[in-house]
Ligand binder design. Structure first.
Ligand SMILES: N[C@@H](CCC(=O)N[C@@H](CS)C(=O)NCC(=O)O)C(=O)O
Length: 193
């Protein structure tokens, strides 16, 4: 298998952690998708997003679809509808944080009182509040795909300075407990930046 991604992307990290946890070896292509490797990305995925997984003749886009592919291929435990909803909340927070970061990199002041920024900030806050509560209720007690996605998203938000950990005490404590999980230390985006 070959994974196309970047070592700072939270969506790529979730697949790296899943593959590590499953003991599945793979080749990692680490691209700078906003810089010198953009042409490679254009060749890999017309949607211009990472991750992309190659497995023989199969090419799979989007982390959620890649998870479904790997779940079938590697015989991983399926996730429930309740867990699908957790993934949707995690993805919502993650997408809005990516939007905020790209806006900042475009020279925009994301703290301004503008509809677009207000919607992103509100979504991040409400999603993280809900996830903080779900962690407190024990819904992330097992290191499975939803936990891997939560870890990758929250740690990335902290790494990019987009989250104040003190506002989400259960999530912050849970994150600290997961540091020894397979692949977490050697996929830290701080080592790549
Ligand atoms: N729904 C996609 C989201 C992937 C995504 O947004 N990846 C970011 C990198 S963290 C990306 O490729 N962004 C490119 C862009 O927005 O132009 C997934 O789950 O794979």
């Amino acid at each position: 298998m070959k994974l196309i991604g970047s070592s700072t992307s939270p969506y790529v990290r979730r697949i790296r952690l899943l593959l590590a946890d499953a003991g599945q070896g793979y080749e990692f292509s680490d691209l700078n998708i906003y810089g010198e490797d953009r042409d490679q990305l254009r060749r890999q995925n017309p949607a211009l997003k990472i991750p992309v997984l190659y497995d023989g003749d199969e090419v799979i886009y989007d982390s959620r679809v890649i998870f479904r592919y790997l779940q079938e291929k590697l015989g991983l435990a399926p996730i429930s509808w309740k867990q699908e909803n957790l993934l949707t909340i995690i993805d919502a927070a993650n997408d809005s944080m990516v939007a905020i970061l790209l806006s900042q990199r475009s020279g925009l002041d994301t703290g301004e009182d503008r509809l677009y920024f207000n919607l992103q900030r509100e979504r991040v806050e409400k999603s993280l509040q809900a996830l903080d509560q779900r962690v407190d209720e024990g819904e992330f007690g097992v290191w499975d795909y939803p936990s891997i996605c939560l870890y990758s998203m929250f740690d990335w938000g902290l790494f990019r300075g987009l989250i104040d950990a003190a506002q989400y005490p259960h999530l912050a404590a849970w994150l600290a407990e997961q540091r020894e999980q397979t692949g977490v230390a050697n996929s830290d985006p701080r080592d790549a930046a």
